[in-house]
Design a protein around this ligand. Structure first.
Ligand code: TXA
Ligand code: MG
Length: 317
């Protein structure tokens, strides 16, 4: 399957493919998404098949504007304020679905709620406008694997089942969107992500409840414990490197090793580390090391989302 540049002609080709019910991989500011027309049940089914994704795990619907989102979901007052402040951007809101909103049942796995976001990436926006459809798009990786932050990562995992990959370079944020459930009057964090929780709490002046991380009853059904998994085992909070291990480093106090090393941020910058995380896991995995040792990463700001991904990458599979 071909990687194509997002020229106006190619955006039109991609929009045609979407309208024909085919899958198109598109860059977003967070990670690459595997997009299909969210109103076409067969197209949405093809996403689940291509990813090997369990059918009970619902998808995020991407739209071009808050007005388009309001046609699909009931925007509560909190949701309206969040949308006004942070859309377009890496924030997904889970809301009550509008009756007969045209979204294929398979998108929501029968939950009665719908996850929506307005992406900021110019290529995703161009595709949304050209096809004039809401786009269901999970991250463009096989289920349970590391999310893709370049078009090459996508090409490594899919073949003819994807019509084309729009190339938008490396994703600026590198981590998936933050997911907040706004159905009740309390706001619940379903997934930490590229938008820091502190920014949301500061805007609204409320505390966001963390969903309990009970893997047997996930509140974001996709938040299964083992996820983002490289082939290698992952050892967290490493302060040394054992023989044969690769090292995922952070900061300048790096333990001595002769094995492969990728440093997420020499200066200890969590924004830079988030952007680099998934590509770093992929490259250390490709080194063939049996285990990736990961240095401790602080829990503040984007550290919460980075640690969430690393804990899942290290979970028993
Ligand atoms: O940044 C992102 O959000 C990327 C890009 C492509 O937009 N997409 C993404 O999609 O990460 P995916 O499918 O990998 O993760 C979607 C998450 C899953 O954990 C799923 O369970 C949750 O969103 N989700 C979707 N609809 C939901 C709903 N109605 N209620 C609760 N969780 C929902
Ligand atoms: Mg994903």
């Amino acid at each position: 399957m071909t990687i194509i540049l997002p020229t106006p002609a190619n955006i039109e080709r991609a929009a045609d493919a979407i309208r024909e019910g085919r899958l198109v991989a598109m860059p977003t500011e967070t990670v690459y998404g595997l997009a299909a027309d969210a109103t076409n049940g067969r197209a949405v089914a093809a996403i689940y098949t291509a990813k090997g994704r369990p059918r009970f795990n619902p998808l995020i619907v991407h739209v071009a504007s808050t007005a388009q989102a309001a046609e699909l979901v009931e925007l509560t007052p909190f949701a309206q304020r969040l949308a006004h402040a942070f859309w377009p951007g890496p924030l997904t809101l889970v809301l009550k679905a509008q009756p007969s909103n045209g979204i294929a049942d398979l998108v929501t796995a029968g939950l009665g709620t719908l996850a929506v976001r307005v992406p900021a990436h110019p290529v995703a926006r161009a595709l949304l406008l050209a096809c004039a459809k809401p786009l269901a798009a999970p991250s463009a990786n096989k289920s349970g694997r590391i999310s893709p932050t370049t078009s090459c990562h996508v090409a490594e995992e899919f073949g003819a089942e994807v019509a084309m990959i729009l190339d938008g370079g490396a994703c600026e944020r590198g981590l998936e969107s933050t997911i907040v459930c706004c159905v009740e009057n309390t706001l619940t964090l379903l997934r930490p992500g590229a938008m820091s929780v502190e920014a949301i709490e500061t805007l609204l002046g409320v505390t966001i409840v963390r969903a309990t991380a009970d893997p047997s009853a996930p509140s974001a059904p996709g938040q299964l414990l083992s996820h983002y998994a490289p082939r290698a085992a992952v050892r967290l909070n490493a302060i040394d490197v054992k023989l044969g291990e690769a090292l995922l480093a952070f900061g300048h106090n790096v333990p001595e090793t002769r094995g492969p090393v990728v440093n997420l941020s020499v200066t200890g910058d969590l924004v830079e580390a988030a952007q680099a995380l998934f590509a770093a896991l992929r490259s250390l995995d490709a080194s063939g090391a049996k285990t990736i040792a990961v240095m401790p990463i602080p829990m503040h700001g984007l550290g919460e989302a980075i640690n969430d991904r690393l804990v899942r990458a290290a979970a028993p599979r």
